[in-house]
Design a protein around this ligand. Structure first.
Ligand code: UDP
Ligand code: MG
Length: 316
């Protein structure tokens, strides 16, 4: 690792972003030098299949404040963020996207707030950029659920943040494997501020999220951050217990007054509904058991195959 220890570490997860690396590095260098911020950029290559790693090496050759970590395969953005946070040496760390959808000007504002003593500075989306209606709807539903479960407004949250060293250490030292960075930054507490930003258009390449990846992301985060679905199962159980008592009394009365032959349709409907709810509940419980199993195995969150500009290999 080079001698100089930066003040601000900028962590950038990159998955198939060959076209964006040098652009982003240059834009950051320019802005940081103009603003007199002593910053290093940590690109985390999340198992890209294109020339991303070559680009990162080239960027590191062009500017000595560029560092790179390369994953042995695609471990996902969360893992990339954590790898960057673990490797970062700065007094504060920022996380931003590789596609410049998170404006650098907002990063500077975050840094200034950090200088004023704020420890967790959240990037808050002022609008969600261009997304299709279905995506917006699903995202709204997910964030509504998460916000209710966490008692925090998550609807405009993003992964664009700047954290003080103390907050970074607190997050990095958490033993859990299934993390949700977006929410963990508020979970750790500390002196918090928010910076609003407009989501920029992605100019090069495409969004790396497929629908299935997003659904998986949403489910993992719900399971890792809240046990509300388990309470919903219990709630459904109570509801059906009440129904059972009512219908039970009704049936018994019918039997005792010899009016019990009808109601075949009711029986079928009840069986179907109860069956569906039992299966659904088992699925929810199974989801949690699956996550417990993953956590208990305690595998590495990611595996680093190579680094550039850094001397230590660290695996988590
Ligand atoms: N990304 C990643 N691993 C993945 C998917 C995405 O590191 O498996 C990175 C990607 O390179 C980018 C950031 O996460 O820097 C945000 O991804 P993208 O721009 O595709 O998402 P969107 O802006 O559409 O939400
Ligand atoms: Mg993007």
């Amino acid at each position: 690792m080079s001698e100089k220890k930066e003040t601000l570490s900028i962590i950038i997860p990159a998955y198939n972003e060959a076209g964006n690396i040098s652009r982003t590095a240059q834009a950051l260098r320019q802005a940081m030098e103009a603003e007199h911020i002593f910053a290093a950029v940590y690109f985390v290559d999340d198992g890209s299949a294109d020339g991303t790693w070559d680009e990162i090496q080239a960027a590191a050759g062009a500017w000595d404040m560029v560092r790179g970590l390369r994953f042995s395969r695609n471990f996902g953005k969360e893992a990339a963020i954590f790898a960057g946070l673990s490797a970062a040496a700065g007094d504060c760390c920022a996380v931003m996207d590789c596609d410049l959808q998170h404006p650098i000007e907002a990063l500077v504002r975050m840094y200034r707030l950090w200088e004023q003593g704020f420890e967790v500075i959240e990037g808050v989306k002022e609008d969600r950029g261009r997304e299709n209606v279905l995506y917006k709807g699903m995202a709204a539903l997910f964030y509504k659920f998460m916000s209710a479960a966490m008692k925090l407004d998550m609807s405009r949250a993003s992964d664009f943040k700047l954290l003080d060293r103390r907050a970074v250490d607190a997050i990095v030292s958490l033993p859990e494997r299934n993390t949700f960075f977006r929410a963990l930054s508020s979970w750790v507490g500390f002196k918090t501020a928010a910076v609003g930003f407009q989501v920029q258009e992605r100019e090069i390449g495409q969004s790396k999220w497929s629908t299935s990846k997003l659904v998986k992301y949403a489910l993992t985060n719900i399971v890792s951050f809240t046990t509300t679905p388990l309470h919903i199962v219990t709630g459904l159980g109570v509801l059906f217990l009440i129904l059972a008592v009512v219908l039970g009394v009704n049936s018994l009365v019918g039997y005792l007054t010899h009016r019990a032959l009808e109601g075949f349709t009711t029986v079928i409907l009840i069986e179907l509904i109860v069956g569906a709810i039992v299966m659904l509940s088992l699925g929810i419980i199974g989801g949690y058991i699956g996550k417990i199993y993953e956590e208990v195995k305690g595998r590495h969150r990611y595996i680093i195959s190579t680094t550039v500009g850094l001397d230590a290999h660290r695996e988590h």
